[in-house]
Ligand binder design. Sequence first.
Ligand code: IVH
Length: 672
Amino acid sequence: MTDEARIKELREALHAHNYNYYVKSAPTISDQEFDRLLAELADLEARHPELYDANSPTQRVGSDLSQDFKQVQHARPMLSLGNTYSRADVAAFYNRVSEGLGGAPFDVFCELKFDGLSISLIYENRCLVRAVTRGDGVQGDDVTANIRTIRSIPLTLPADCPCPQQFEIRGEVLMPWHSFDKLNAQREEQGEQLFANPRNAASGTLKSKSSAVVARRGLDAYLYYLLADEQVAGTQAECMDKARAWGFQTSQHTRLAHTLQEIYDYIDYWDVHRSELPVATDGIVLKVNALAQQQELGYTSKSPRWAIAYKFQAERACTRLLKVTFQVGRTGAVTPVANMEPVPLAGTMVRRASLHNADIIASLDLHIGDMVYVEKAGEIIPQVTGVDTAARTAEIDESRRVTFITHCPECGTPLVRYPGEAAHYCPNAATCPPQIKGKIEHFISRDAMNIDSLGPETVADLYERRLLRNVADLYALRTEQLSGTDGKRQRSAEKLIAGIAKSREVPFSRVLYALGIRFVGKVAAKALAAHFGSAEALAQASLEEMQMVEGVGQVIAGSVRQWFMVEENRQLLARLAEAGLQMQEKPATEAVSDKLAGQSVVISGTFDHHSRDEYKALIEAHGGKSVGSISKRTSFILMGHNMGPSKLEKAKKENIPLVTEEEFRRMIGETE
Ligand code: IVH
């Protein structure tokens, strides 16, 4: 077989496997086999640059080259939908449609309203040729390179696909909850601003200039609108069946309603059950099913008359803004916080909400005493999303306008704002109290030094008593400095000292992470520790040397360099070394047994006896493989506390056994 023929064969096979895995959730080959085929293809493509194809399965990983988005005109304008918020509105829509059709019977296709951003995909000759954001509806950004990294979007359709030669399919790009949680956890770890909800995260990601970044963030897409010059089917339901058969991911949670009551039933069901879905939804969409009837009803200037969106009750409340306070985190980032009259919202009493940064405060035009809208966007941290300016009274004048502070509320140092960043920072890392306390709390946290005998209150207390000014002071603490006269305090002081002493065994990679160097998360710390082997070697590494490490780019390398340039940091490290902390990486764990040979294990949740990383090492030491996400091939899930609901559901769906921490420890012979 010629290389060209083999390339073609591999591309077709890999497209089919992608579809089986990402759309059907029913892979027919192992991950290793898939990787092997992909590597073979990449190798052949490297030898034949003349056979480059932007739609090759090798292009899913994206590129680091920065791109500017071209503005592209939509072939057909992307209209939006009219919104409704009540049953009465839905009934009015139903009656309008009935009237518009002269009383003829009609069905309504009910769909979920996905909360992401809409995208238009153009296919020609069964290949994806262009993907464009909605933009202003008339023209949008050409984001094809980024869209190609989304694995549930087919890059090519099978040769025998009975689709039109040219067609457009529209849908929603989303960030599933599990990707969103993972992304925010990473950002938190690196001291970066969190995304408020999956929609913002998806849209921020899709507009990223680097498609390699997009590829890593786990976006997904559901398609819900098929458009072609030739008639493909007679109803929306059939269009969706066709789209699915051609290889697109469509929602499985649709329903054909024959009566208004059936529409209400659908709404009521999903208002409750949407929380179980792996992606965010903010309502439902009702579409007249027959395309001929859609045509008969037509459009207004803004939206179709044959469809409408019903929005679920936004989890929103209105309350009075009492004051704005400013919080300083361990990185020195200053977060403005709205303090409000308590208001019930989605099951809890909300008193405080994030205002993010100076730009957001300015755009809200916020004044003390204003009635503000608070939302739980995506059911997480409450946020102020608007001001009821009509409720603003005369005494709420210019003097009450909320402005960002110029000096650190904790230590008085003038704040700085780095170019390109939205946040203000207090640069006084050395003596600003919340930065010091925050760094100590990070140092002792579970994934860092795991000193669980010490909590934030004790840290604050020891800080006030001047016993603790930096992390090295921990190792100088003595029992008599901590214990009072009663026996209980004596015992807890001993426990605390023992916990600190035990942390001397924590491996160097975690010590490095514990130092809280900006942008150095667990993964980067591990990679740097493995590569350089010791604190000393890392301290001497050049920027170029650091960037040779997988996952370490300019930002992380620069931050590490800068950290080591500060004299206080070097002294701190020397004191920690003197205190007996691990400053050298031990070689990888040696094989202990083959009890888990051939097993693929997903670790989920938090644990009592070991950190997640330690369990990962244990799985490997016993011959198993620790993998990140659940698939059909997962042997079992090592289940800790607070396992995410989406994982739990997936495990149930795939029928994968859940193994508790105790059961696992028995499995590997750690306990009887
Ligand atoms: S149909 C002409 N179906 O909601 C009809 N839209 O406010 C085009 N959306 O811009 C849209 N889920 O981004 C349709 N199942 C669904 C949807 C959906 C989410 C979004 C879409 C659209 C907006 C309309």
